[in-house]
Design a binder for this molecule. Structure first.
Ligand SMILES: Cc1cc2nc3c(=O)[nH]c(=O)nc-3n(C[C@H](O)[C@H](O)[C@H](O)COP(=O)(O)OP(=O)(O)OC[C@H]3O[C@@H](n4cnc5c(N)ncnc54)[C@H](O)[C@@H]3O)c2cc1C
Length: 390
């Protein structure tokens, strides 16, 4: 049996989940990306893996109901979210109605896994974007069991994974709400781990928790991170700009994505989920005084998504926009170009020269942005108004 090539595979593991012979396993390629491997001796050529593959058979909704900008009325919900806190608002509603939530959370070893939450305390680790590949593990089977037991389920993930789940289930469930997000791409757990180890070694600490999209007061960018660590029996925290954490810096320079993400078949306006959420990067063009780091973009792609959205509207501040305006938000218009330096960067890392690669390609002090982000707010705001951009 042949499946998608390593270049096309999105790493969703739907094929692994359906194989009746457990003939498909996940292995790391030379760059540390998770790839599937078929054991041809165990394979019985049943073709199930091909049928469920969301890359070989894309699944998308063709309609758009309402769309626009939105943010949670609750300041707490906005603080927990990457942008406007839409995911948290949706999830709380589903929990209130007795449902369960599946999203991405780091485990205690900082491995990103699809994780189930049944109450607000369990929901907290699911908030916020984590810019690496999420291990779906056994979650598709768990979601199916919850659905078959009549539970309401909210699954939020990248469009390729949402499509993978739809392929896995093979039919629509009235009690399933699918939320995807506008997606740049994902990098590997391996590169993230190496970056954590790099910081640990440099600072002589052991990182316990990590968060992308941290929101410090007076943030000058939407891309901060924070982590916590223990020292002398006390808990400490540190936050900084993405430029100083190699993985985040490589991600924001488009160096870290899986190969398939550069030609993603889901990076367009036809979406896999009932609702799509994302950052509203260009909100400043339309609402100059908007709190641009705390506003999301949303699109209701199905009647089910639209009906659900109506039920949470009182918890949100919503502004409607034309579909064409939303459509030109970044990830609806094709994948990102692969930078020419990605290969030499990845080659250097795979040959064991992580620190050299960081020095050469990710030195924060060679990046003009670090100066910009440290300018007083009024100068940045003035520059932004005159020159445009974020
Ligand atoms: C890898 C990635 C790339 C993104 N690229 C873009 C982009 O190009 N343009 C854009 O407008 N927005 C992008 N986003 C979405 C954006 O970062 C916010 O998630 C979005 O604005 C919603 O914010 P929120 O406050 O409503 O929800 P949040 O609280 O941020 O909720 C995010 C949801 O996504 C889930 N999630 C987080 N990381 C992963 C992951 N690695 N795999 C699967 N599920 C995950 C979380 O569990 C949660 O359910 C991306 C998100 C991710 C994870």
């Amino acid at each position: 049996m042949e499946l998608v090539s390593a270049k096309e595979c999105c790493g969703c593991r739907t094929c692994v989940a359906v194989c009746p012979m457990q003939a498909i396993s996940v292995v790391k390629d030379k760059y540390g990306f998770e790839q599937i491997e078929i054991n041809q001796e165990k394979c019985i050529n049943c073709g199930k893996c091909q049928v469920v593959c969301p890359i070989l058979n894309t699944v998308k909704n063709k309609e758009h109901y309402t769309c626009g900008s939105a943010y949670a009325v609750s300041e707490n919900a906005r603080r927990h979210g990457s942008s406007g806190g839409l995911f948290g608002t949706f999830a709380k509603k589903v929990l209130e109605d007795g449902g369960v939530i599946y999203g991405a959370a780091f485990d205690k070893y900082l491995k990103l896994r699809t994780t189930r939450a049944v109450n607000e305390a369990e929901l907290i680790p699911l908030y916020k974007s984590k810019y690496l590949l999420c291990d779906t593990g056994n979650s598709f089977a768990e979601i199916k069991a919850d659905l078959d037991a009549g539970k309401h389920v909210l699954y939020c993930s990248s469009p390729c994974r949402v499509a993978g789940l739809r392929r896995f289930l093979g039919k629509d469930y009235e009690n399933l709400l699918l939320v995807d997000f506008a997606c740049h791409g994902v990098g590997s757990q391996d590169l993230f781990d190496k970056s954590v180890q790099y910081i640990e070694k440099k600072k002589g600490i052991a990182i316990k928790k990590f968060s992308f999209r941290h929101k410090p007061k007076n943030a000058s960018s939407r891309y901060y991170y924070c982590y916590s660590f223990g020292r002398k029996g006390k808990k400490h925290g540190k936050s900084d700009l993405y430029l100083t954490f190699p993985y985040y810096h490589a991600y924001c320079k488009s160096l870290a994505y899986r190969e398939c993400c550069y030609q993603c078949p889901y990076a367009d306006g036809d979406r896999a989920g009932d609702i799509t959420i994302g950052d509203f990067h260009s909100i400043g063009k339309y609402e100059p005084d908007a709190d641009r780091f705390n506003i999301s973009m949303f699109v209701c792609n199905t009647e089910k998504g639209q009906n659900f959205f109506e039920t949470v509207k009182d918890s949100l501040k919503v502004m409607s926009y034309e579909w064409e305006t939303i459509r030109y938000n970044n990830r609806f218009c094709g994948g990102e170009d692969m930078p020419a330096v990605r290969k030499p960067f990845m080659d250097m890392i795979s040959s064991g020269q992580f620190e050299k690669a960081v020095k050469k390609y990710l030195n924060p002090y060679k990046n003009w942005r670090i100066l910009y982000y440290h300018l007083p707010k009024w100068i940045r705001e003035f520059g932004r108004k005159v020159l445009g951009g974020e």
